[in-house]
Design a protein around this ligand. Structure first.
Ligand SMILES: [Zn+2]
Length: 386
């Protein structure tokens, strides 16, 4: 090959190389553009997905999320753990951002008016802890009453089953004075023992009930008289309501079988009779003394036709110790309790009357016997509608 030819071939090779290079350059440029577009697209798409994921991460209902956004508390709630209380407050549009921290500490309760009560209690300045106690312990009736009241520190009284929210101030005063435990304080104040006898008198609404509680704070309606009185077979001048009379006779028979001889000496008394009796005692002994052993008219269980005084055959107006013991261990089987038993004066307000039996019915008398407390306490703890 001549030198010329070699030169031409070299030149062609070079120009071919240049062409290939340029084509490659153009291709690379197009590829870059594609990559950029793809990357941009990816960015946009991932952004959308991310946003969607963020909302799906919050396990709240759609309605709740809407309210969060309205109130501008979405981010605050999103970064916290799920709370059913928060969700319910949101859903029912009762949420107030200033109480957000408190909602998280209030345990949700499947309770009617939960959100309304929560809203009101927070507005009354109850703490989350107090609100949890209120929901855990208070009866519906107490809750309703509490809603009508200004803030009151319920303290440990909230945990006592027979407490009444409108008596908390009286509980505090009584406990401070008497140094009684919380449960005793509540029961005694409920009975009325922080007040003078025969003050704050309530008229009982169900005088025919065998379980009625009659004491120095509860009175019979003025015109009440039982309409099922029957005479006792042992003494036709003594009457009790029919069911009580039948059970009394069973009691008397059972006592006799155990060689306990008891004789009734006072049963039903009319209002007129009780009035005369009480007035006579007052005349001879003074009102203060009379009140310790005689009930004022409309306050005596004898007026119910459900009380009977019995004596041992060897005594004039009392039971012997052994007869008293028999009565304590057996009378409940026939529906009777010793209403003013030994040691109960501070609660009943009467001197002990071992002879005074009160008919309650077998089931109730058995339970009162088992619980071993005065009927005043029993009634407040187990029978009163709270
Ligand atoms: Zn009596």
């Amino acid at each position: 090959m001549s030198k010329e030819k070699i030169f031409i071939v070299k030149k062609k090779k070079i120009s071919a190389k240049i062409m290939v290079g340029e084509i490659m350059k153009k291709r690379k440029k197009k590829n870059y553009q594609k990559i950029v577009i793809v990357l941009l697209l990816l960015l946009v798409v991932s952004g959308c997905i991310k946003n969607e994921l963020k909302e799906k991460d919050i396990p709240y209902s759609k309605d709740a999320i809407e309210v969060m956004k309205e109130k501008n508390i979405y981010d605050q709630i999103a970064e916290k753990e799920y709370s059913k209380t928060v969700e319910k407050m949101l859903e029912e549009k009762k949420i107030d951002p200033k109480y957000l921290e408190s909602y998280y500490q209030i345990d949700y309760q499947e309770k009617e008016n939960f959100t309304t009560y929560t809203e009101k209690l927070l507005e009354k300045n109850y703490s989350a802890e107090e609100i949890n106690n209120i929901f855990n312990y208070l009866s519906d009736k107490n809750l309703e009453k509490l809603m009508e009241m200004d803030y009151v520190a319920l303290e440990d009284y909230v945990k006592v089953s027979n407490m009444e929210v409108d008596k908390v101030d009286r509980y505090k005063k009584y406990q401070e004075e008497k140094n009684t435990d919380t449960q005793t304080t509540v029961t005694y104040v409920n009975i009325g023992l922080d007040l003078e006898y025969y003050s704050n008198i309530q008229e009982i609404s169900d005088p025919t009930s065998y379980s009625v509680l009659l004491n120095k704070y509860n009175a019979l309606p003025d015109d009440y008289a039982p309409d099922d009185l029957v005479s006792l077979s042992i003494n036709p001048n003594m009457q009790l309501r029919k069911e009580a009379a039948e059970h009394y006779e069973q009691l008397e028979d059972a006592a006799l079988l155990d060689n306990v001889h008891i004789i009734p000496f006072s049963a039903y008394r009319s209002k007129t009779y009780q009035t005369r009796l009480y007035n006579n005692y007052v005349a001879s002994d003074g009102k203060k003394n009379a009140d310790t052993y005689s009930a004022r008219p409309r306050h005596s269980e004898h007026e119910l036709g459900l009380a009977i005084d019995v004596r041992s055959s060897v005594l004039l107006d009392n039971l012997t110790d052994s007869d008293y013991e028999w009565m304590q261990n057996n009378s409940y089987k026939y529906g009777f309790i010793i209403r003013y038993a030994k040691g109960t004066t501070p609660i009943t307000g009467y001197i002990e009357e071992p002879w005074h039996l009160r008919y309650l019915g077998v089931e109730l008398a058995t339970d009162v016997h088992t619980k071993n407390m005065t009927y005043d306490e029993y009634y407040d703890l187990y029978l009163k509608k709270n």
